[in-house]
Design a protein around this ligand. Sequence first.
Ligand code: NAD
Ligand code: 2HG
Length: 474
Amino acid sequence: MPSEALNIPVRGGHAAQDIGEVSNSFGGNEVSTSPTATFHSPANSLGALRKPSAKQLKPFNTQDIKVLLLENVNETGQTILKGQKYQVEALKSSLPEDQLIEKIKDVHVIGIRSKTKLTANVLKHAKNLIVIGCFCIGTNQVDLQYAAESGIAVFNSPFSNSRSVAELMIGEIICLARQLGDRSMELHNGTWAKVSAGCWEVRGKTLGIIGYGHVGSQLSVLAEAMGMKVIYYDVINLMGLGTATQVPKLEDLLRQADFVTLHVPEIEDTKGMISTKEFEQMRKGAYLLNASRGSVVDIPALIKASQSGKLAGAALDVYPNEPGGNGPNFNAELNDFTEELRKLKNVLLTPHIGGSTEEAQSAIGVEVAEALVNYVNFGTTVGAVNMPEVSLRSLTLEEPNHVRVVYIHKNVPGVLRKVNEILGDHNVDKQMTDSRGDVAYLMADISDVNANDIRGLYQSLEDLGSRIMTRVLY
Ligand SMILES: NC(=O)c1ccc[n+]([C@@H]2O[C@H](COP(=O)([O-])OP(=O)(O)OC[C@H]3O[C@@H](n4cnc5c(N)ncnc54)[C@H](O)[C@@H]3O)[C@@H](O)[C@H]2O)c1
Ligand SMILES: O=C(O)CC[C@@H](O)C(=O)O
């Protein structure tokens, strides 16, 4: 069978086009949450691309694949995607919703960071989209459920920037303890203010970490190395690193810690988790740091706690509303508390740079771009955050008449029987299927397939009522 002879439309929810007309058409586990859980190694299945005997699965002209990268995705990621000859458009900022909707109509792959909101309203316009790459840790900006139900896989980089965030927290803890932000600002403005009142060593102080995952646990180790006592609160029981100890309740942590730092995901439970009541429970003269998501801390309540002297200082890296790009745009139009926040003493404000280091961005670029290529070219979902993890060993060059069928479907009874009736005309060499909630993902490598059979195979799967998306790769 001639490789790349036919192109199979893969996007679900649309009428199958004539094979001849679709030369421009082409058909991605739970992120580990604890230091003791099994971490995913960075995507490594590109090794398959490099193995001489592995067969490239590209039932499409790769140069027809349109990739839109927003928010200044690192050069490393762009290079990998361009290396596949995909058409890559890379923009430095995110896009307002109306422009995003226009752009997303066309593309097969989109890469974003934390600012681009891929809501159901945006995604319903994404007629060709098969995969989303979040070039960051957080995936709260994407409607993961809607994406899964539309057959769109979502990938992220679960820990490539954890160390960078932890290091920033260490820097900020010392800056807050010594009021460095204020001293520096004063001297920039020509004022010499040599003070020691209210300035402390961090040695012997208690750090309370809320959310003891990738970032929280890294921070724990670094803080202990500076002589801090570490306690943490998490919704799951986790083994503390070093001598760090878990406390049973959030309130216990708030009452004991000198520094409280947040490293939880943005989910329903964590929205507004630090508000007036929690500030009251904190020690007088304590410090609060938030580099998780802007919705986790009630900032007007933080402003009151700072003005009243309850808090000795705070460091914020994230805000409920953040600008789409760089510029003089951190103002009251964005968040109505901004002016008051800017006036506070010993409050460090940073523009969501926790993960913004050369090391982190370069590693994220590679990890997410490789996951995207593996999904587009091979259908592999290892590392996807909204689909079951499915992978099969590569087809090899010794298997010229094999095709890989990817069938994303509603998780309802009887589907496998019907699919296997269709595949049963061929030899099913290997097959893997798994489900996650309402969506199931089936991958099968079948042999003895003639080029002429592919359209029929594809169409039969498309015609099943359970179909979300069909892809045939060969
Ligand atoms: N500022 C930045 O640039 C930056 C960079 C990386 C990550 N982040 C944010 O930090 C968050 C944490 O990152 P991570 O890699 O450590 O995530 P993670 O998933 O490894 O860890 C999160 C931890 O929070 C715990 N948790 C969940 N809900 C909780 C609750 N209600 N109370 C207490 N604990 C709870 C989880 O059990 C888990 O152990 C990310 O989701 C992301 O939003 C920000
Ligand atoms: O780079 C970003 O925009 C997001 C960084 C961070 O919040 C993350 O979720 O990894």
